[in-house]
Design a protein around this ligand. Structure first.
Ligand code: ADP
Length: 328
């Protein structure tokens, strides 16, 4: 490991936005200033880096943002960054500005970009997991998940009121591209009768319809089925059609959609975001060059970034059995 002196860092949010990203930005900026580092905020992730769109931040730049969802640095997807020639341009921009290290707040895709910048051009990088999906390997927790679950759970509670009053079955679709974590946690927390995992899983209509009928025989007059959107948002409409046409079960569909990305972050998200941002700055000062700040067993830790570059539902998937046991 080289012992280079870190004097100046940049922070960005990349990929999908999540509530709590502002808390991380605030933490990174203030911790950096506390260490007498210069800190730049890059706008719109890797796209902004390629456009040299950044400005120096100070303690006031991040004042009064801790309770706001979204990200004051904006975010975007930047397909060009998957090509080395564009990453070379980004590395040059960082070098021209004497920026020694980059803090990337985002998901596994954003981390792949950061790892490439490090491996190819020697830029020190540190990743902080920020996505509502809680689907990154190597960490039990991603910033924004708790708020998204809270929002979705409150929505399901409201729908349960009307479902119960009108003897209805509801399919409620929650976010999670290629991830079932939100569906699993919301399903358990809202006492859903069924949880359908992401669309790689074939829907077992026999089981689904027999579960709904068993509930009716036991005197339930309504059922809530949580559906992970998977690769194709809106898949619940098709599921409802099959249930109606082939199994004689009529249902209503509610797709929660982007409401799950917004809103004021929960205490859990604010707390971990604040701790993880400060930890990222400490890791860079300690000369760690290609790492991620993660949560394992409810504690914040710093691990090699390559442990965090796969999609994984490991933190939630084992809880499917809890839902199945409790929803009889
Ligand atoms: P997330 O970070 O939430 O997983 P994406 O997968 O869309 O979101 O990735 C965000 C951005 O990270 C992409 O738009 C791209 O700029 C960069 N990125 C993703 N995958 C790679 C990769 N394999 N190599 C380099 N950059 C990547």
């Amino acid at each position: 490991m080289s012992e280079k002196m870190i004097r100046s860092i940049a922070v960005m949010t990349s990929g999908g936005d999540s509530p709590g990203m502002n808390c991380v930005i605030r933490s990174v900026v203030r911790a950096a200033i506390g260490e007498r580092l210069k800190v730049y905020g890059i706008k719109r992730g890797y796209q902004g880096l390629l456009n040299n769109d950044m400005e120096e931040m100070n303690a006031s730049s991040v004042g009064n943002i801790i309770h706001h969802g979204g990200t004051v640095l904006y975010t975007s997807r930047c397909p060009e960054f998957k090509e080395k020639e564009f990453r070379a341009k980004a590395a040059q921009i960082l070098e021209d500005r004497d920026i020694d290290a980059l803090v990337v707040i985002g998901g596994d895709g954003s981390f792949k970009g950061a790892k490439a910048l490090h491996d190819e051009f020697g830029i020190s990088v540190i990743g902080i997991p920020g996505t509502i999906d809680n689907d990154i390997s190597g960490t039990d927790y991603t910033i924004g998940f708790d708020t998204a679950v809270q929002t979705a759970m409150e929505a399901v509670d409201k729908i349960r009121d009307t479902a119960q009053s009108s003897d209805r079955t509801f399919l409620i679709e929650v976010m999670g591209a290629r991830s079932s974590s939100i569906a699993l946690k919301v399903g358990i927390c809202s006492g859903a009768e069924n949880i359908l995992l992401n669309s790689d899983e074939e829907v077992n209509y026999e089981k689904l319809s027999s579960d709904v009928r068993r509930g009716i025989r036991r005197g339930k007059n309504s059922s809530i089925i949580i559906v992970a959107e998977g690769e194709s948002p809106g898949r619940s409409y098709n599921i409802a059609k099959v249930l109606e046409q082939k199994h004689d079960i009529s249902s209503k569909v509610c797709v929660l959609g982007h409401i799950q990305r917004g809103g004021s972050p929960t205490p859990n998200d604010r707390f971990f975001a604040s701790v993880m941002g400060k930890e990222a700055v400490s890791a860079l000062i300690s000369n760690l060059e290609c790492h991620a700040v993660v949560v394992r067993e409810n504690s914040v830790a710093v691990v090699p970034l390559d442990q965090c570059m796969q999609k994984s539902d490991h933190a939630m998937i084992n809880y499917l059995g809890v839902s199945e046991t409790l929803s009889i």
